[in-house]
Ligand binder design. Sequence first.
Ligand code: ADQ
Length: 463
Amino acid sequence: MSRLIVVSNRVADVTKAVQSGGLATAVADALQEARGLWFGWDGTVVSNDTHIGISINQQGNVRTATVPLSQRDYDEYYVGFSNNVLWPSFHYRLDLNLIDSKSIDGYRRVNQRFARALAALLEPDDLIWIHDYHFIPLAAELRALGVKHRIGFFLHIPFPPPDIFLAVPEQQWLARAMFSYDLVGFQTASDTQNFIRYVLEQAGGEQVSDTELKAFGGTIKVRPFPIGIDVEAFYDMAHTPTADEQIQRLQRRSMASNHIIGVDRLDYSKGLPDRLRAFRRLLDLYPENRKAVTLMQISPPTREDVQAYADIRQELEGLSGAINGEYSDFDWTPVRYIHRAVPRATLAALFRGSQVGLVTPLRDGMNLVAKEYIAAQDADDPGVLVLSRFAGAAEELTDAILVNPYDNDEVAQALQRSLTMKKEERIERHNALFDKVQKHDVKNWRETFLNELKSSRRANESG
Ligand code: ADQ
C-alpha cells in the first residue's frame, strides 16, 4: 500500500484530531490507516534571521513533519496573500481583497520552500494529497524539482465564477499551477463548473470528458467531492448522559422554551451581522417570540491579525449589545453570544437541545456545522435546519429551509416557520437530511478522493 502524504497549512495533534473537527478529523483516520506523513506549518512564527528547520515527530502510526514560518513569510504568505487576497476573493468579497505585490512574492516563496522540504522526505510510491488555498502552486513547485508522484488537490473553500477569479492577481499563474496536479477536487458541482468555465473561456482550454480538462499543455481530472462528517461519532457525542444533563441545564436555566443555535468561526463569510439582524426582525415581526426564544451564537476568534476580522468582531458585539439592550427583560436575554471555542461534546449537546440550527453564511465551501446539527438530532423529535443557499451544503441538503442570508425578513420568516413547524414535517425533513449526511460522510469523501487519485494520471504534452 502506498504511503499517504497529507499537506495542509496547519498540522493538528493527531491524537486530538477527532476533538478538533473539520479537516483534522477528516484526514487523521486516513493517515492512521496508511501509516502516513502529515506535512505543514507548526503554527509558530520565528524571527527572520533564525534558521528554519523541519521537525519530525511520530504520533502513533502517523509521522508529522512541520516547519515554522518567519515573520516575513507569515505577513506575506499567510496574512497577506492567503487571507487578504485568496480567502476574500474566493468568497466573492472583492471589496476586501487587499492586493500587494510583496504578498504574492511571499506566497510563491513559501510554496517553493515547502516544496523543497517535502521533496526531500518523499519515498517512491507515496501518494500526495494537498489541501486548500494556501498551497495552490505546491504541485507545480514539486514538479519543477522533478517530483513525478501522483498529486491530488482539494479546495475546501468555494471557487468563484470567472468574472471574480479574473480580479485575483496572477490568476492565470494559479490556474496553470492547478494543471500540475493529477486530480483537482472541489466541494460542489457549481465550484467545479466555475473552474471549468474559467479554463474554457479565459485560458483556451478544452473539456475532454465530464471529468477531464485540457489546458496549459496538460490534461487533468476535476470533479466535486462534497466533504462530510463522522455522523455516528457526532450522534453518539450528542447522546451521552453528560449531554442529557447539559440539555436539561440549558432548558432549566433559561426562561425561553425555544433555542436557536449558531456556531461559526468569527469570519465575515459566515454572515453573522445579518443573522443577528434577522433575529431582531423575528422579534419585531412575531412578538410572541419575545421571552420565548433565545439565539445562542458561539463564535471563537480566528485570524485576529487580519483587520477585517477585528472589524467583524466589533460589529457583532455592537449588534448583540443593541438587541439585548432593546429587548432584554430581568429574566430573559434574547442573544447569548459566546466568543470562544467550546468542547465538541458540548456543541453536540447544544445542537441537540436547540429547536433550530441557524447556518447562514454569505458564502461557504461546504459548512460542516449544518451537517453536525443534523447528525445530533433525535430522530423522533428533531429540530429544523435553516440553511443559506450560498453554503456548499445547500447543494445536497435541499430538505433544509433554504434562505437568502442577505434578506433579513426572509430569514425571520424562515425562523418563524421552523419554530412553529409540526412534528410530522420536522421528522420527514430530518429523515431526508440525515440520509444524505450519512451517505456522504467523511469516510466516503476521503475514500472516493483517494481512489480517484490512485487511478488518475495527468497527461502532459511536454512529457
Ligand atoms: P470552516 O470555515 O472552519 O471550514 P466549517 O465547515 O463550519 O467551517 O467547520 C468548522 C468546524 O469547527 C466545525 O466542525 C465546527 O463544529 C467547529 N467549530 C466552530 N465553532 C466552534 C466553537 N466555538 N467551538 C468548537 N468548535 C467549533 C472550512 C471551509 C468550510 C468547509 C470546511 C471543511 O470554510 O466551507 O466545510 O473547511 O472543508
